[in-house]
Design a protein around this ligand. Structure first.
Ligand code: T4K
Length: 454
């Protein structure tokens, strides 16, 4: 069964966690000739990755896993999964929490438990799992543009996209920023729609008004290895609706309500005990992870402040964000180098910066090949073409950040000279869209017009 919330627990003291192996920063570069892309030595001997996992107290993780092994209880609503659900509900301010094997299935189960059919209005600026989870459930993502300040779905754009076939809205709390929850909830109320929130990237974020786990019909979280808190793989549905929690908990276990009694369609979306053991250690260390991220964010802010054309996407209130994504926007007209060239330059230095979430769901299959046109997405496309994610998290030390910023500064200050020496677009294969020409499996929106919306 899903967990139900008792009294809030007292905050836990923050424990310092050993940071583990760090990539050793190499020598500072002083001239463009030293760039690895032009034949120099990479600045880092080991890859510096975006998304390198945060790891909590190893002894606590291993102790719980050993205990699960001793008790021969490894999965299926075990002790640690229940404890994880309880701790998460407290952390996100939800009445009920249903742990799952990943965030994608959490979203699928939430949509199933709400019996959604038809279109779901959502942003394209998100990890493709947000759209895929819905499409896998037979729903049709309808993309609306994001707000240039929040970078999350713009409620006005969502209202314009929502039509007679719309069943729900999906707000995605992107890159540690939160949606305009109240406006989306009001829109959903006006139009008789369900509203879900994808908080896969937003554990530890807070917002005025409601706690993050108590918004809309349900909010989903991811505990993937790359997230601020991980359970190796994992996810959860948070909701204040006991019926929805009960249905989701049942569906994650094949629809069983008792031994031999199956009352609905179900799947296997259960979290295992080792995953919960990892998840609990991550929750224990969450404040420490976020504190580290905030320091990293401040370092990036300081060391990129004077680099023309490279703007750290600022958080209006870093204290209310988990600061787990460091996003910079490259203005090629000012920086003299575009985002993709800068990424290539950094990757050659072993700084594996990522173009999250390029090219955008609407330019990925199966959404790209849909016959009906999607709404214009100018803000989304602007960001998708210019943003670069830089490494952060506890595996990224301050000295590494300083060196990354120095590499960026060197690239920008020698951009004119570099432009003639970097490989041309014709030489590159990385920009080709995979999946082009594959058949589209998504139902046509028109087919759904006469389907009851909920
Ligand atoms: N909604 C949103 C808004 C999401 O962001 C996500 C997941 C979901 C829904 C779905 O939740 P889950 O079903 O995943 O629980 C990664 C993650 O796989 C994905 O979970 C995450 N979002 C997304 C933002 O990032 P990729 O395709 O970038 O993964 P990959 O393999 O390229 O790894 C990312 C980086 O992390 C690389 O630099 C390698 C590094 N890494 C990765 C792993 C797994 C490590 O250093 N160690 C590791 O153990 O999607």
């Amino acid at each position: 069964m899903a967990y139900e919330r008792p009294e809030p627990a007292a905050p836990k003291p923050i424990r310092r966690i050993p940071l583990g192996l760090m990539p050793r920063p190499g020598r500072l570069k002083s001239s463009p000739e030293e760039f690895a892309l032009l034949g120099g030595e990479p600045a880092f001997s080991e890859p510096l990755r975006v998304g390198r996992p945060n790891v909590g107290d190893r002894e606590a993780i291993l102790r719980r896993i050993a205990d699960a092994l001793d008790r021969r209880w490894l999965t299926n609503d075990g002790r640690y999964v229940r404890e994880f659900e309880q701790r998460l509900a407290e952390a996100v301010g939800a009445r009920h929490c249903v742990a799952t094997c990943n965030g994608t299935l959490a979203l699928q189960l939430a949509a199933r438990a709400l019996d959604l059919r038809g279109e779901v209005v959502m942003p394209s600026l998100t990890f493709v799992a947000s759209a895929h989870a819905l499409a896998w459930e037979g729903l049709v993502p309808a993309f609306a543009d994001v707000n240039p300040r929040s970078l999350c779905i713009d409620p006005g754009r969502a209202a314009a996209v929502a039509g007679p076939g719309t069943a729900a809205l999906l707000g995605v709390h992107l890159w540690g920023r939160t949606c305009d929850v109240e406006a989306l909830e009001a829109l959903a109320r006006d139009r008789g729609l369900a509203v879900l929130f994808d908080a896969a990237q937003a554990l530890g974020c807070s917002r005025p008004g409601k706690p993050i786990g108590a918004c809309g019909d349900a909010t989903i979280f991811s505990f993937h290895a790359t997230k601020v808190a991980n359970s190796f793989e994992g996810g959860a549905i948070a909701t204040d609706d006991p019926g929805l929690a009960e249905r989701a908990a049942r569906m994650r276990n094949f629809g069983f309500v008792d031994e031999d009694i199956v009352v609905s369609l179900g799947t296997n979306a259960k979290m295992s005990e080792p995953a919960a053991a990892m998840g609990l250690a991550s929750l224990d260390a969450l404040d420490h992870f976020i504190e580290h991220n905030r320091e990293n964010y401040e370092h990036y802010r300081r060391w990129l402040a004077d680099v023309p054309g490279v703007e750290l996407l600022s958080l209006q209130r870093p204290e209310s964000s988990n600061c787990h994504y460091i996003e910079v926007e490259i203005d090629p007209g000012i920086a003299g180098i575009d985002r993709d060239d800068l990424q290539r330059l950094l990757v050659a230095e072993n700084v594996l910066a990522r173009r999250y979430f390029h090219p955008g769901c609407h330019r990925m299959e199966p959404y790209r090949s849909r016959s009906d046109p999607h709404a214009p997405l100018p803000v989304t496309e602007h960001l998708l073409d210019r943003c670069l994610s830089l490494p952060t998290g506890t595996a990224t030390p301050q000295e590494a950040i300083k060196l990354v910023c120095q590499l960026i500064e060197l690239a920008v200050s020698h951009a004119a000279g570099l432009a003639t020496r970097l490989p041309t677009a014709a030489d590159r294969t990385a920009d080709r869209l995979p999946g082009a020409g594959e058949t589209c499996e998504l139902p046509e929106v028109g087919r759904l017009d006469d389907t009851p919306s909920r």
